[in-house]
Write a protein of this length. Structure first.
Length: 107
């Protein structure tokens, strides 16, 4: 993590909470797009998009890491990192992937 200011763990958690509450305030894809384009550098946004694409492909379970790399251009190291968090993370990828699938079925 970037060493830019000194916050207590409690202050860090509060800052994180404010960011996540801001994300939850958005009401449309267009609002999310505008927010993330303002918030992130192009490289940061690309990294987020890449990780999400990898998570979706890994969840489908039909491609190897190498095939995912060939399809997305994402490094095998990043693919492995996403895979690790899919199975041993805090459940964020899994939860959102399931909700995303459920929403897609209803649409």
């Amino acid at each position: 993590m970037k060493d830019h200011r000194v916050l207590t763990p409690r202050e860090e958690l509060a800052a994180e909470d404010r960011l996540f509450r801001a994300v939850l305030c958005m009401r449309s894809v267009d609002e999310c797009r505008a927010f993330f384009h303002d918030l992130c550098t192009p490289a940061e946004l690309q990294a987020l998009k890449d990780r999400w694409a990898v998570a979706e492909l890994l969840a489908e379970g039909r491609l190897s890491y190498r095939q995912i790399h060939d399809e997305t251009g994402v490094s095998v190291t990043t693919i492995g990192r996403v895979a690790r968090f899919l199975t041993a993370g805090e459940g964020g990828y899994t939860r959102v992937l399931q909700r995303f699938r459920d929403r897609e079925k209803r649409s």
